[in-house]
Write a protein that binds this ligand. Structure first.
Ligand code: ADP
Ligand code: MG
Length: 272
C-alpha cells in the first residue's frame, strides 16, 4: 500500500536527491529596510540539502519578509542570498522559481475559479506570473497538446491525496485541501527548495496530521524545506533545525528542542 503511494514520487527530479548534507541555501547578513523599519536586521541562515529548517518567531518578526527576499519579491537593502552557490539577489521571482525555489503563501493564493488540476497546470507551465487571460489561453492550448502535463498534474494531485477532487473549483475545496493544493502547485515547479509560509495556519487537527504526512513524504523525496510555522508541535515534529526571529533579528538557532528551551526564545514569545 505504502509502496503504491511512493510511485507518484517519481515526478520529483533526481537533482533534489543529490548532495544531501551540502549547504543548499546560504543567507548572508540580510538587511531589509522599509523606511525606518528594519524588518530583517543582519540575518544569516544556512540550510542543508535534504533537511527541514523551521523559521519561527512572533508576529511581525520578519518571517514572511525573509521568504519574500528569498523569492525575489523584495530586493534586500543589503546582504546576499546564495542558492546552490549562486546569488539570487536581483533575479526575478520567475527566474528564481525556475532555478528551483518554490513557495506557498501565508494566505492561500490559488486561482479560485479554476479547478484543482488547472491550478497545477498553471504551475507546470511556469505561467503563474502571467495575467489571467494568458493563463486561460495557455490552459486551453496545453490541454490539447500536452497529455504529459496532465498526467504529471494528476500525479501531483495524487501525491497530496487530492486526485478525487481534480475537477473541483479550487474555491470550493475545504481550506485544508486548498493548502495541500497550493503545495502540489509549488511541487509542479520541480523545486529543490520548498518554502512554506505557515502551512498549518487555520487548519483543524486532522488537517494538520495530513499536512505533516505530506511534508514528510516530500522530505523523503529529497526536497529541502524552509517551514515558517506558528504551531510548535508541527515545528517540533518535522524540523531538523530551527531559527528564531524577533524584531527582525535572529535570536536563536539549533535543534528544535534546544531552541524551544532557550530563555531568549521563551521571552520573545511571552513578549516580555
Ligand atoms: P511575520 O511574517 O514574521 O509575521 P513580516 O515579515 O510579515 O512578519 O513583517 C515584518 C515587519 O515588516 C512587520 O513590521 C511588517 O509590517 C513589515 N513589513 C513587511 N512588508 C512590508 C512592506 N512591504 N512595507 C512596509 N513594511 C513591511
Ligand atoms: Mg508572516
Amino acid at each position: 500500500d505504502a509502496g503504491k503511494v511512493d510511485d507518484s514520487v517519481s515526478f520529483i527530479s533526481d537533482v533534489a536527491n543529490k548532495g544531501s548534507g551540502e549547504e543548499l541555501l546560504k543567507v548572508d547578513s540580510i538587511l531589509m529596510q522599509f523606511g525606518g523599519l528594519k524588518a530583517l536586521n543582519n540575518v544569516d541562515l544556512s540550510v542543508k540539502r535534504g533537511t527541514i529548517h523551521g523559521l519561527i518567531g512572533p508576529n511581525g518578526s520578519g518571517k514572511s519578509t525573509m521568504m519574500n527576499v528569498l523569492t525575489g519579491i523584495y530586493i534586500p537593502t543589503a546582504g546576499n542570498v546564495l542558492y546552490a552557490g549562486e546569488s539570487v539577489v536581483g533575479k526575478t521571482s520567475s527566474d528564481i522559481a525556475i532555478s528551483g525555489i518554490a513557495r506557498t503563501f501565508q494566505n492561500v493564493q490559488l486561482f479560485g475559479e479554476m479547478t484543482a488540476i488547472q491550478n497545477i497546470l498553471v504551475g507546470l507551465h511556469h505561467t503563474f506570473k502571467s495575467n489571467i487571460v494568458d493563463v486561460a489561453l495557455n490552459l486551453v492550448r496545453y490541454r490539447k497538446e500536452d497529455q504529459e502535463a496532465h498526467a504529471r498534474a494528476m500525479a501531483l494531485l495524487k501525491f497530496v491525496g487530492l486526485e478525487d477532487l481534480a475537477n473541483e473549483e479550487a474555491r470550493n475545496l475545504p481550506y485544508g485541501k486548498q493548502r495541500l493544493l497550493e503545495i502540489a502547485r509549488a511541487l509542479a515547479l520541480d523545486p529543490q527548495l520548498l518554502l512554506l509560509d505557515e502551512p498549518a495556519a487555520g487548519l483543524t487537527a486532522p488537517d494538520i496530521k495530513e499536512l505533516l504526512r505530506i511534508i514528510r513524504k516530500i522530505r523523503d523525496s529529497g526536497i529541502t524545506f524552509i517551514l515558517i510555522e506558528h504551531h510548535m508541535d508541527v515545528v517540533m515534529s518535522v524540523c531538523d533545525t530551527v531559527s528564531v526571529l524577533d524584531f527582525g533579528q535572529k535570536i536563536a538557532e539549533g535543534k528544535p528542542a534546544e531552541v524551544q528551551a532557550d530563555e531568549k526564545v521563551i521571552k520573545a514569545y511571552l513578549g516580555t
